[in-house]
Every structure is written in structure tokens, then in C-alpha cells.
Design a protein around this ligand. Structure first.
Ligand code: ADP
Ligand code: MG
Length: 478
């Protein structure tokens, strides 16, 4: 009984939810947004006694982390609200993670509190611009910007050249030719330059595309006998960015068309930016004239980042995506993931995703598993068939020509082969329906989706179709 009375005396009757809301409103601007969304999102006041306030977090790392980084801010606000409290303590309580934990702020209130004075980030509406002649300028990914490309010591030159081109397109760095291995940031850099040019010169016509897009469009224009408007569209541009030009190899018609486009733009003082996996002189299956044109401007190699740069990249990704991760995890990932930035970021997002699901900070052992899986799968990875190889294999298998396969004649055997081909490209390379459509004379993505579904459904019962697909997969090493 005595104990009960003491408890009642010591526990001040406050609305814990309301008090936590006031505290959060006072401190949120000093807290890293990533921590707000990972640690504070599942937090609540556990108890308030005469002189002590106890705050709980569902996350295992919450109490220690908050004490170390944010204690002073919390104390300052608590003092202002309730001067009699002189001790703030932190505990872990996993049930706070439950949606219906009674003293937790409802999600909408929490978001309102932490987002109330933050301005929505302005995203310029530059993702897709309709150009003269109906051509679309696509800068595909707003996340690829120059300010979030970490140059490190090894890629300072690349970064500086990118800035220079964006500041003064068609200046001395024309064409700008960036080359290097996969996953090292070529696409990021190219699209980032596109954004920056548009930011500096909003009226310029900038087009980003992959060499594969270019090839598909020219083939489709030739098929429809619309080559003149096609050519004119390109010649109207101020800046043409073509990614992965190694795909022009041995595509004589497309390569020639690209050569003309290149010359026209260049002669008219327009900027050209290219990327490839090798320097021009090492490109195979290219006309020598084209190779020498590619090398006329600025050639820069994009290098694999060193350990320090990899750490920087991981930190910057975490900030950008508002993820929380401890320094030893960063270091472990950066140390082991050496060959591709893309793979390294893949590991980071898997680690964060898994730990969010578990509602606990990742242990090094768990991280090691994710790293091991990634390195293992890189080693196992077979050289994957390209869409072109799939098209050739399907045409050969069904004994029809490529143009019969890719054309639009509605003969039953062509249509069947076409559906199989679409299905395999989707299954093996996972291209978007839109991109697959481009291979088939610019067909609508819903038609492609329909073909994929049709084959997938028929596969359940149609044994001869099963055999065809299996034969082809085997042949393609998929
Ligand atoms: P590539 O085109 O060379 O294969 P990407 O441009 O697609 O490579 O890059 C793969 C991923 O790695 C992207 O998410 C990109 O943002 C990221 N990345 C690569 N290098 C850097 C860097 N230096 N700084 C920040 N992010 C990078
Ligand atoms: Mg790329």
C-alpha cells in the first residue's frame, strides 16, 4: 500500500503524448532527418516522475545514440516545458514499435510535427520536355545530380570536366567522352550534366538516351519510312547525350546514322556527351572515322573509387535516402565492396531494408552475410544474353527472319514467335515493357504486357510452349 502511494505521488499525471509532441516540436530541427525517420519514429515517453523523464525507443540503438547525439537538445527543451525535471533517461522498449502503442504519436501527427516547417524540396519539372517535332527530352532520373556525385581523389577530373561542360556547353570539351567499367557512375554523371545544363540554360534542348534507344528509334523510323523527321529532330538539339555507345558496334546502319547526327551537331556548335565501357581506340566493330571523331574532344576515364571515396559515397547515400547506419557497418561494406559502386549501394540498401524489417540495428555478422551473398552472386553471374541475341535466337529457332519477327504482320506463326521473344526478353533481361516495345517497331507497352501475360498463362498447360521456352533459355545460357 505504501509503495502504491509513493508511486502515485511520484508519477505526475501528464498527457505523455502531448508532452512528447511538444518536446519533438522543440528539438526536431536539430535532429538529422534520417534519425527522425528511423529512431524517433518509434519513440514515446515511458514515464514522468517529479524530477525524471524517461523516453523510450523501439530501436535497440536508439537510447545510446540519442543520449550521445541529442541529449543536450532534449534537456534544453524539457527544462523549458517542465523546469522541475532535471534528469532525462533513455530506454529501449520494443513494443513502442507496435502501431497501437498507447503513448506514441499517431503517424500523421508525428509527420506533421517533424515536417511542419520544412519546405517540400523543389523538383524542377524538367524530367521530360516535349521538343520540336514531338521528340521527348528525357533526363530520366532526378536523383542523378552533380552535387551528389562524390568525385573522390580519383574522379576529380571527371567531375571538373562535367561542371565545365554544364557551365559552357559546346566549349572546349566537345565531345565529352566518359569511359570506364560498369557500375562506376557513368550514367549518373551523364544525366547529371544534362540536369545542370538545363538548370543553367532552361531553354536549351537537351536529350539523354542510351545507344540502344537510338538504335531502336532509327530502326523503327526506317521501318515506317519516316527517316527525315527522325533526322531533323536530332539536328535541332543543343545537347545530345548518348550513354553506352559500345552498343553501336556492328550495327552498320545505326552507326552511320549516328555518325551523320554527330557531325551535324558538332559542325553546328552543339554539345555531344558520350559514354562507353572503353576508350574510342579500343572500341570494336566501329568505323575508324567514328572512333577518331569520338576522340576529338575531351576523353576521360572514370576510375573505381578508393576506400575513402567509397565511404564518402555510402555516407552521402545514407543522408540522401535518410537511412541510419553505424560507422563500423559503413567501413565493413566499403572495405569489401570494391569493384562496383552499384553493387556496394545495393548491399547498403539491403542491409538497411532488412534491419528496418527486424526493427533492430544490423550486426556485423548480418552485414557480412549480405556482402557475402553479393560477392558470391557477382562471381556466379553468367554473361547475360542481350536483347539482340534473344531476337536472333528466337528468329532462328522458329525459322523466320528478324524482320518477320520484329514486324507487324499478323500471321499466326510470326505472332507466336513474337510473343515468345517478348516474354524471353522480359524474363531474361527484365527490360521495361516500353523498351521492349521499341524493339518491335515502337509497339505500345500494353501490347507487350499483354504478350508477356499470355505466354505466362499458356505456359501453365501448354507443353510444347514449355519445351520451346526451355530450349531457347538453354540455348541462351539463361
Ligand atoms: P554505370 O553507368 O557506370 O554503370 P551508374 O551511373 O549506373 O554506373 O552508377 C551506379 C550507381 O552508383 C548509381 O546509383 C550511382 O548514383 C552510384 N554512383 C556511382 N558512382 C558514384 C559517385 N562517385 N558518387 C555517388 N554515387 C555514385
Ligand atoms: Mg550506365
Amino acid at each position: 500500500m505504501t509503495q502504491d502511494i509513493t508511486q502515485i505521488k511520484n508519477t505526475i499525471a501528464v498527457d505523455k503524448q502531448e508532452m512528447w509532441k511538444q518536446i519533438l516540436s522543440g528539438i526536431y530541427s536539430n535532429i538529422d532527418r534520417g534519425h527522425l525517420l528511423t529512431i524517433f519514429i518509434n519513440s514515446a515517453i515511458l514515464s514522468v516522475s517529479e524530477d525524471t523523464l524517461v523516453i523510450g525507443f523501439a530501436s535497440i540503438i536508439g537510447p545510446e545514440y540519442v543520449k550521445e547525439k541529442y541529449h543536450q537538445y532534449i534537456v534544453a527543451v524539457v527544462k523549458a516545458i517542465k523546469p522541475e525535471i532535471d534528469k532525462v533517461e533513455y530506454e529501449m522498449k520494443s513494443s513502442i514499435g507496435n502501431q497501437d502503442y498507447p503513448d506514441k504519436l499517431p503517424m500523421d501527427v508525428f509527420m506533421q510535427v517533424i515536417g511542419s516547417e520544412r519546405k517540400a524540396r523543389k523538383v524542377p519539372n524538367k524530367q521530360e520536355i516535349l521538343l520540336d517535332g514531338g521528340m521527348r527530352s528525357k533526363i530520366l532520373n532526378q536523383r542523378y545530380r552533380l552535387d551528389n556525385f562524390v568525385p573522390g581523389s580519383e574522379n576529380k577530373l571527371v567531375h571538373a570536366a562535367a561542371m565545365a561542360v554544364a557551365a559552357k556547353p559546346a566549349g572546349i570539351y566537345n565531345p565529352l567522352y566518359v569511359y570506364g567499367g560498369v557500375g562506376l557512375g557513368k550514367t549518373h554523371l551523364l544525366q547529371a550534366i544534362g540536369h545542370k545544363v538545363l538548370e543553367n540554360y532552361p531553354n536549351k534542348k537537351v536529350v539523354y538516351m542510351t545507344a540502344e534507344n537510338f538504335i531502336n528509334r532509327i530502326i523503327s523510323a526506317i521501318g515506317k519510312k519516316h527517316t527525315k523527321p527522325f533526322k531533323d529532330q536530332y539536328r535541332n538539339l543543343d545537347c545530345l547525350i548518348v550513354d553506352d555507345i559500345q552498343f553501336f558496334a556492328n550495327k552498320v546502319v545505326s552507326e552511320q546514322e549516328f555518325f551523320h547526327t554527330f557531325n551535324d551537331l558538332y559542325d553546328n556548335g552543339k554539345q555531344i556527351i558520350l559514354s562507353a565501357d572503353k576508350p574510342p581506340r579500343d572500341l570494336e566493330g566501329f568505323d575508324d572515322r567514328l572512333k577518331s571523331r569520338f576522340g576529338m574532344g575531351m576523353l576521360i576515364e572514370i576510375n573505381p573509387p578508393c576506400f575513402e571515396t567509397r565511404l564518402e559515397i555510402l555516407k552521402s547515400k545514407c543522408q540522401e535516402y535518410q537511412m541510419f547506419i553505424s560507422p563500423e557497418v559503413f567501413e565493413y561494406i566499403a572495405y569489401h565492396m570494391t569493384s562496383s559502386v552499384r553493387e556496394m549501394i545495393g548491399v547498403l540498401t539491403t542491409v538497411v531494408g532488412e534491419s528496418e524489417l527486424r526493427q533492430s540495428a544490423p550486426t556485423l555478422q548480418e552485414v557480412a552475410q549480405v556482402v557475402g551473398r553479393s560477392i558470391g552472386s557477382q562471381m556466379e553471374e553468367k554473361t547475360c544474353a542481350t536483347a539482340e541475341e534473344i531476337i536472333d535466337a528466337v528468329a532462328e529457332y522458329f525459322r523466320i527472319s528478324r524482320s518477320e519477327l520484329l514486324g507487324d504482320k499478323r500471321r499466326k506463326d510470326y505472332m507466336q514467335a513474337r510473343q515468345v521473344c517478348v516474354y524471353l526478353i522480359r524474363k531474361i533481361i527484365n527490360h521495361s515493357y516500353e523498351t521492349i516495345g521499341e524493339y518491335f517497331g515502337g509497339r505500345n507497352h500494353t501490347t507487350i504486357l499483354h504478350s508477356c501475360n499470355k505466354v505466362a498463362n499458356a505456359l501453365r498447360s501448354d507443353q510444347s510452349l514449355q519445351k520451346e521456352i526451355n530450349d531457347l533459355k538453354r540455348k541462351l545460357g539463361a
